[in-house]
Design a protein around this ligand. Structure first.
Ligand SMILES: *[C@@H]1O[C@H](CO)[C@@H](O)[C@H](O)[C@H]1NC(C)=O
Ligand SMILES: *[C@@H]1O[C@H](CO)[C@@H](O)[C@H](O)[C@H]1NC(C)=O
Ligand SMILES: *[C@@H]1O[C@H](CO)[C@@H](O)[C@H](O)[C@H]1NC(C)=O
Ligand SMILES: *[C@@H]1O[C@H](CO)[C@@H](O)[C@H](O)[C@H]1NC(C)=O
Ligand SMILES: *[C@@H]1O[C@H](CO)[C@@H](O)[C@H](O)[C@H]1NC(C)=O
Ligand SMILES: *[C@@H]1O[C@H](CO)[C@@H](O)[C@H](O)[C@H]1NC(C)=O
Length: 224
């Protein structure tokens, strides 16, 4: 009798543990915006569907993240993406703020981001809230304009230091963003500005400082 109830307890705990792991526990959010021309430039083999990529920062995703491993959690168990659960007015906003600049299938991009990341924070933000909040974050600080006001505009040859790009964003948001770079496939040992990350605390409402994790040190950054 004692043995079986002990076994039950162990099993119950194991299930609980699995549930907690797979439903995702996270510490904060990374809100990632991308510069579409860089997405397209690094796709050497499969060009972007639109040959003239958008010239403003668009959403890549809102990622619940762990301090210990910012790439986790991901692919949590939870409700899978359903387009019907996104109101049409929200879909039309997302077509501007969160387009798929690579293949052109916006729905597929939203589906992939929700299933990989959104499912891990579903207890904080349901599907509609997740996309609504992301769109609101995108609108709250216009990176394209922040950089333009600091005379950081796409240029074929000019380069910037990490801090040149970080500073105006930091000034505008009062928080430290993270810049992410991609190696330029057509010019060795140079890097292109690809993404700007804002960090938000657990409830996805308040901005916090991010920690630098990307771009090579001591290599200037191209923005084109
Ligand atoms: C995330 O970190 C928390 C502690 O902060 C930990 O309990 C949890 O297992 C981690 N989850 C993943 C998926 O790494
Ligand atoms: C999550 O799923 C996506 C799409 O199926 C896959 O590309 C990715 O590698 C998975 N990530 C992890 C950590 O399993
Ligand atoms: C776009 O992606 C969605 C979701 O994956 C899929 O159902 C749809 O058929 C795709 N549309 C096109 C035109 O490929
Ligand atoms: C962001 O700023 C750019 C450059 O000033 C502008 O073209 C664009 O319309 C702005 N986007 C929004 C949503 O305000
Ligand atoms: C950019 O500069 C314009 C003109 O001075 C100003 O109206 C706007 O608020 C500034 N935008 C940002 C995001 O700093
Ligand atoms: C940044 O690093 C500090 C010190 O290690 C840590 O306390 C903080 O939680 C980290 N923040 C993020 C968003 O990773």
């Amino acid at each position: 009798m004692l043995k079986s109830s002990l076994a039950f307890l162990v099993l119950a705990f194991a299930f609980f543990f699995c549930y907690v792991m797979s439903s995702g526990s996270y510490d904060y959010f990374q809100f990632v915006q991308q510069w579409p021309p860089t997405n397209c430039r690094v796709r050497v083999k499969r060009p972007c569907s639109n040959p003239r990529p958008l010239q403003y920062f668009t959403i890549h995703g809102l990622w619940p993240s762990n301090y210990s491993n910012p790439r986790m959690p991901s692919n949590c168990t939870g409700s899978q993406f359903k387009k019907q659960n996104l109101y049409p007015y929200m879909q039309s906003k997302l077509k501007i703020s969160w387009p798929d600049v690579e293949s052109g299938n916006d729905t597929k991009f939203w589906e992939g981001e929700w299933n990989k990341h959104g499912t891990c924070s579903e207890r904080t933000l349901n599907l509609m809230q997740y996309f609504q909040r992301s769109n609101a974050m995108w609108k709250s600080h216009n990176i394209t304009e922040i950089l333009k006001n600091a005379s950081i505009v796409p240029h074929p040859t000019q380069t910037w230091k990490y801090s040149d790009i970080e500073s105006p964003i930091k000034r505008a948001t009062k928080r430290t963003p993270v810049l992410r770079c991609k190696r330029d496939p057509v010019q060795a040992n140079t890097q292109l500005l690809h993404e700007v990350v804002f960090c938000y605390e657990y409830d996805a409402l308040k901005l916090i400082d991010c920690n630098r994790t990307d771009c090579w040190n001591n290599v200037d950054i191209k923005f084109q």
